[in-house]
Write a protein that binds this ligand. Structure first.
Ligand SMILES: *Cc1c(COP(=O)(O)O)cnc(C)c1O
Length: 459
């Protein structure tokens, strides 16, 4: 008899202890790389070990090197934590170990993802029949959406890119805001379009693409893709997607929206105006592992037109059993072949929260971000952006002091955030993306930031 209980019980106990400790744990890694190597390294094991001991040793070894991003006082990057239902479903997804590439390989995974896809389309208010692929993150969602775009704009120009590649193809112009996320550039590299295909469009002081500049840059014909953004990674600002779609479609361009965290504003009745007209775009990239607080790795690509997505992604092989009855073979939607059934934790996350619960996360992250910004502003700290969603950029007098405050806050441990550069100036970037963050987290964190600032100013 295989002993599953031993290692799984060890994992369960370690997991619940970790989760229970999050609210009071210092928010930052405590171990150096050298200490981690010492705790975890050593010679290649020459033979087997007891699985339960392996799990205990692993958990102990990594403990001090974990960045507790599930904490309510973690404001780094744009991360998000994990809700109980999505985390538990993620464990089961691993247990069931389904290969979600084909209907035949897991009818359950295919149907769960089909249902989840419909729910997502309804949540975001996108056109019925929009196709959804469950990818690893917004990086791959941008890649996949842009692959569909590449197919379609070249097909309209009489070119079959899947068959003939890009050598000799009509050039594609990719019009994207100067403050686009770097994963757009990386996706274009992966797609063989290269970063030189980008026509950078001027942005305003919040990082929003300027519609007049886009209007000027669009050409009357030829393959064009416009990359809009719903939620700038620094300011949280939203491009005016409605206007952008009208201008772009008028010239036959495809509109792809990077809404890694911002697309979720669509779920909030009070913030929905930020994404006005978003349903007019052709493809969207977003994350479930940010605002929805599903464990990594969980991104979503949505495409209003199924055929270009299928043409860009699908694969036929003699040994594959592809479904003839119209059931969902996810490799028609995804760049992966074999893959984890990552729609299952998304399903559980949505089911547990419901529409109102998701809207509540979006609204609370917004309210908490505003509270953070207002508290710091009331103490003389410069807030550099309009806090329209969950992102706050603050600056302390100059670049040098700003960087030192970021480092001091990270070392102090009450909360954790990272630095950035916004329009040439160093800034501290606060992202409220965790479903547990409440008023006391904000108040404690703001107090810690102000205390670090005071100490540095006195020194
Ligand atoms: C986080 C983010 C991405 C990249 O998403 P991953 O999930 O890390 O792949 C892309 N665009 C924006 C605007 C983001 O915030």
């Amino acid at each position: 008899m295989v002993d599953w209980d031993g290692p799984l019980t060890e994992a369960f106990e370690r997991a619940t202890t970790y989760l229970a400790g999050l609210p009071e744990r210092p928010v930052g890694p405590r171990a150096t790389a050298a200490e981690l190597r010492k705790a975890l390294g050593g010679e290649l094991p020459t033979g087997p070990s007891e699985p339960r001991d392996v799990i205990a040793h692993l958990a102990k070894g990594v403990e001090d090197g974990l960045l507790p991003s599930g904490s309510g006082r973690f404001f780094g990057f744009v991360f998000g934590g994990a809700t109980p239902a999505s985390l538990a479903a993620d464990w089961l997804t691993t247990t069931w170990d389904q290969n979600a590439g084909l209907y035949a390989a897991s009818p359950a995974a295919a149907v769960v993802e089909e249902i989840t896809a419909d729910w997502l389309v309804e949540l975001f208010g996108l056109p019925r029949g929009t196709s959804v692929g469950f990818v690893t993150g917004a990086q791959m969602a941008n890649f996949t959406g842009l692959a569909a775009a590449r197919h379609e704009v070249l097909r309209r120009a009489g070119w079959d890119v899947e068959r003939d590649g890009l050598i000799g193809a009509p050039p594609i112009r990719v019009l994207a805001g100067a403050e686009r996320h770097d994963t757009i550039d990386r996706a274009l590299r992966f797609l063989g379009l290269g970063t030189n295909s980008i026509v950078p469009i001027a942005v305003d002081d919040q990082g929003r693409m300027r519609a007049d500049a886009l209007h000027q840059a669009l050409q009357d014909d030829g393959p064009q893709i416009v990359c809009a953004q719903a939620g700038n990674v620094n300011t949280g600002a939203f491009d005016l997607v409605k206007t952008i779609c009208d201008l772009a479609h008028d010239k036959g361009a495809w509109v792809h929206v990077d809404g890694a965290f911002g697309l979720w504003a669509a779920v909030s009745p009070t913030l929905r105006g930020l994404v006005d007209g978003i349903d007019r775009a052709d493809s969207w990239a977003t994350d479930a592992h940010k605002t929805l607080n599903v464990p990594y790795d969980s991104g979503l690509v949505l495409c209003a037109h199924h055929e270009p997505l299928r043409a860009a992604m699908s694969i036929r092989a003699a040994y594959l059993i592809q479904d003839e009855t119209g059931e969902r073979d996810s490799l028609d939607y995804n760049p992966e072949f074999s893959r984890r059934a990552r729609g299952i934790p998304v399903y559980a996350g949505i089911r547990a929260l419901g529409r109102s619960g998701i809207a509540e996360i979006v609204d609370r992250c917004h309210a908490m971000a505003r509270r953070f910004a207002e508290t710091l502003a009331a103490n003389g700290v410069a807030v550099l952006n309009d806090v329209v969603l969950n992102q706050v950029l603050v600056r302390f007098t100059n670049d040098e002091l700003t960087r030192r405050v970021v480092r001091a806050v990270q070392d102090e441990g009450t909360c954790w955030m990272s630095g950035t550069t916004w329009q040439g100036k160093a800034a501290m970037r606060i992202s409220v993306s965790n479903w547990t963050t409440d008023e006391s987290d904000i108040d404690r964190s703001a107090a810690a930031v102000l205390q670090c600032l005071n100490q540095l100013q006195r020194a």
